[in-house]
Design a protein around this ligand. Structure first.
Ligand code: NAD
Length: 497
């Protein structure tokens, strides 16, 4: 398939025509398509893992299979188990005035969904939204990242075995193709990537009034509370930084640790990393930093921090370029790049925080994160974080596992994203919830028609609105101020008139 801009338009036109010809795939058709994808994932697992590893230079085969192949397979199992419930029209209550009529919401496929994937989990970011789009009865066009060209070829081959291009089509190509893709008049766009490019996507989509789901990133904090087991917290955070070499949107970005326990935390994190990866350079399961550009950035971030007074503790020996063991950074200050850019690598800044209040102040003074982690055992603290701190999602006493629950939505808030393609929320995001009201033929709706002023109309008006206040039927005073929400001041507007 050509990755040209003309071809994008041509495929969209064909998918749209196919939508018109078959606007509502039945449940058995959706189930069959999903089962075929699941079988293909199983058949292609080795080739997909090898292609992703080639794209990265080296990527853990286990992590490739567990996250990029098994995760979508489990997502399909969840969709198959819930599709009947998701698709079922939902009965709703009519308003009192319309009693005896019937109301429902019908979940209709939106049409053609455009999916734009990042490079860090190339298969899951393409296939995951596709699965939910198919479950919701849509057709799908996928634009892969320019950093995952080998994965693109294998994924395209795999999906072409199952789907004609007017149902699912995969595109590669550079940023120019991605820009043209984002400007197509899709019925929905699911984008995974950085907040900066997310804004470009939203701008392009706005020209077509295309709704968007933006799966973005940010700096996800890990709070280590005084009640935490330092060893367990350090092991979990080290795993989060080592998995895919920290190149995960929900990796713990930095840790907030009580000042007097930082040394203990650092020692525990170093030893946890070294137990998992005693030889990062030789270990085929330690993933590389995916490109020269990203590897150079890691060194630049560390150099900037050191120049501004930070201390760097390396958890092992790297190779000076793409193999970077976890780098713990202490004595950090807000002016360092590592403290305001999303890291997306194995650097772990440690911030001294002596109370939950201090941690909350630190987090809420910054853009809303994609994930929030709490290590500790204080139920009151957990409740405060659940209710008072904005974050896309939360795992307590570990990292990222909330993302793997098929029944939970996964998505950001504020700078970390808009909407979700996972769970029941995902099905609804990729469907149009159409309100349908069926009026009984005998329902006396004519009572509301003009000429107005009938006795029944006056009665209804009185019943629902009560009596008007004659004092308010006076000319408006420009001097009277509207009462502010939450204000305790006396309303003096009547006195002033
Ligand atoms: P990116 O924003 O640079 O690129 C993402 C995709 O957008 C790529 O396919 C790219 O080709 C395309 N693109 C780039 N410029 C574009 C433009 N002007 N118009 C249209 N498309 C364009 O992100 P990345 O480097 O691929 O991925 C890293 C970022 O993604 C991080 O911020 C990370 O947190 C985030 N991420 C989020 C999730 C999530 O689910 N929330 C998952 C993975 C990665």
């Amino acid at each position: 398939m050509k990755d040209s801009i003309e071809n994008l338009r041509d495929v969209l036109a064909r998918q749209r025509a196919a939508c018109l010809a078959s606007p509502y795939p039945e449940r058995w058709q959706r189930r069959r398509a999903l089962k075929e994808v699941r079988e293909a994932l199983s058949r292609y697992q080795d080739r997909l893992a090898a292609a992703m590893s080639d794209d990265f230079g080296r990527r853990s085969e286990f992590e490739c299979k567990m996250l990029d192949v098994m995760f979508p397979a489990l997502q399909i199992d969840h969709a198959l188990a819930n599709l009947r419930r998701w698709m079922k029209p939902q009965k709703r209550h009519t308003d009192w005035l319309f009693l005896s009529n019937s109301a429902k919401v019908v979940y209709q496929p939106k049409g053609v969904v455009g999916v734009i994937a990042a490079w860090n989990f190339p298969v899951v970011e393409a296939v995951g939204p596709m699965i939910m789009a198919i479950a919701a009865g849509n057709r799908v066009m996928i634009k892969m990242s320019e950093f995952s060209s080998r994965s693109t070829l294998v994924l395209r081959e795999m999906l072409a075995e199952i789907f004609p291009q007017d149902q699912v089509a995969v595109f590669g190509g550079g940023v120019d193709v991605a820009q043209a893709f984002a400007s197509l008049p899709f019925d929905h766009i699911v984008f995974t990537g950085s907040p900066a490019v997310g804004k470009e996507i939203m701008r392009a989509a706005s020209a077509n009034l295309t709704p968007v789901t933006l799966e973005l990133g940010g700096k996800s904090p890990a709070i280590v509370a005084p009640s935490a087991s330092i060893a367990a917290a350090a092991r979990s955070i080290a795993h989060g930084k080592a998995f895919n070499a920290g190149q995960a949107c929900v990796a713990p970005d930095y840790a907030l640790v009580p000042r007097d326990r930082i040394d203990e935390f650092v020692a525990a994190a170093v030893s946890a990393f070294q137990r998992m990866y005693p030889d990062p350079v030789g270990d085929p399961h330690y993933t590389w930093i995916a490109s020269d550009r990203h590897a150079t950035r890691v060194q630049a971030l560390l150099a900037d921090a050191v120049a501004k007074g930070a201390t760097v503790i390396s958890c092992g020996t790297g190779n000076g370029s793409h193999v970077v063991p976890m780098q713990i950074v202490t004595d950090v200050t807000p002016d360092m790049r590592i403290m305001h850019e999303e890291l997306f690598n194995p650097i772990l800044p440690v911030v001294a925080c002596d109370s939950l209040d201090e941690s909350i102040r630190y987090i809420t003074a910054r853009p809303r994160p994609l994930a929030l982690y709490y290590y500790g055992a204080d139920a009151g603290e957990i409740k405060r974080l659940e209710r008072d701190v904005h974050a896309g999602g939360m795992t307590i006493n570990d990292w990222a596992w909330h993302v793997f629950q098929g029944d939970l939505p996964f998505g950001g808030t504020g700078n970390s994203g808009i909407g979700s393609w996972r769970g029941p929320e995902g099905f609804r995001a990729l469907s149009h919830g159409k309100a349908v009201l069926k009026m009984r033929r005998w329902f006396p709706i004519g009572l509301f028609h003009p000429p107005y002023g009938t006795r029944v109309q006056r009665l209804i008006s009185k019943l629902f609105l009560g009596h008007p206040d004659p004092a308010l039927n006076l000319p408006c005073s420009h001097e009277s101020e509207p009462r502010r929400y939450g204000s305790t001041a006396q309303d003096t507007s009547r006195e002033s008139t």
